[in-house]
Write a protein that binds this ligand. Sequence first.
Ligand SMILES: *[C@@H]1O[C@H](CO)[C@@H](O)[C@H](O)[C@H]1NC(C)=O
Ligand SMILES: *[C@@H]1O[C@H](CO)[C@@H](O)[C@H](O)[C@H]1NC(C)=O
Ligand SMILES: *[C@@H]1O[C@H](CO)[C@@H](O)[C@H](O)[C@H]1NC(C)=O
Ligand SMILES: *[C@@H]1O[C@H](CO)[C@@H](O)[C@H](O)[C@H]1NC(C)=O
Length: 316
Amino acid sequence: MRVLARGTALVLLLACGYCAIGAMGAPSGGGVIGAQVTPGAEPIKGSQGNVTGGGSSSATIMTDPWVDSELSNLFNRDDKTFAVGDTIVFNDKVKDLESCALKCNLNDYCEMFAFCADAAGCSVSGMMCGAGATVESGTCVLSMYTAVKSNDGKISDNVNGTAMLGATGPKVGFVSGYYYVDTDPGLPFLEVPLAVDATFNIDRHTFYALPAGIGAATTSKAANVSECASACYANSTCDAFVYCPADKAEGCAVAGYSCSEPTTAAAGDCLLQGDVNSEQTAYLKIDSSLLATISGIRKAVPDDLPAAAPAPAKAA
Ligand SMILES: *[C@@H]1O[C@H](CO)[C@@H](O)[C@H](O)[C@H]1NC(C)=O
Ligand SMILES: *[C@@H]1O[C@H](CO)[C@@H](O)[C@H](O)[C@H]1NC(C)=O
Ligand SMILES: *[C@@H]1O[C@H](CO)[C@@H](O)[C@H](O)[C@H]1NC(C)=O
Ligand SMILES: *[C@@H]1O[C@H](CO)[C@@H](O)[C@H](O)[C@H]1NC(C)=O
């Protein structure tokens, strides 16, 4: 199995001051006519001299996420979704979705792929941080994130997961996949009502900010994730929730990324957020084993619920 020493590669990359990735010898097919992709604004700047993360990040060894995911039958594919980092690694046409995913697998820099599966081409705008894409059918966009900012002001290339910008909705013609954060499989399932589970993608160690901005989210208190998720489910303008578990006395620190600042949610906080655009939900997502928040976002298409069990036959 291939081993990805991501931190080590990034130290080299960042020392170059965001010069073209192609110049560092990473595979690059960017610049094809007809494929315009705008990564999420500028990566965080200002203290690039400290970008190595104090050495801890360079020791990070991650096993290959795609291979692991395939083996465990959890190969990550989000339909009707465009996901992109702040730095584009590759942007060109490929044969099919599998070739795009494989290209991401084989590229040490790639943390997320987006494949334009719509025969008419794909166009996505209105995303967080000014990200977007207008590309021809069959285009494969590989990208990565380069910097997150923690509450102490440190810039790091290691969030122990991924940071990305996304948009999901019925008109989004992309299929995207991203680095799978290997959380402890021994943890119990998150208990939420069946209909809520069918409507939202809910994960531990995940945070979403939607276009209205994190400060604009409506915050209330919830006793558990089920209560928070159910509040979002019952609210037609709520597209995503963020819950900081009630037992996290110190609160939940959330890193900043690209156009967002670091923030902290208090224990028991339930943040409800919506995208005013009725056709898509745009989001900034941080997915990190260092993050204590549990979050959910509405699926582009809810899962089918199992048919209601027939009423028990009356005793004769
Ligand atoms: C790096 O960190 C040190 C100590 O935290 C700080 O004094 C210095 O200004 C930082 N360098 C940059 C370029 O931000
Ligand atoms: C990243 O996660 C691994 C496994 O959970 C942990 O051992 C490591 O210390 C984490 N890295 C940082 C920088 O916290
Ligand atoms: C969540 O909290 C509510 C309100 O306190 C409670 O009724 C419910 O049983 C709890 N659910 C779980 C799964 O703990
Ligand atoms: C419904 O969700 C929106 C977020 O889209 C939030 O601002 C609003 O406060 C929520 N309403 C209630 C009653 O919770």
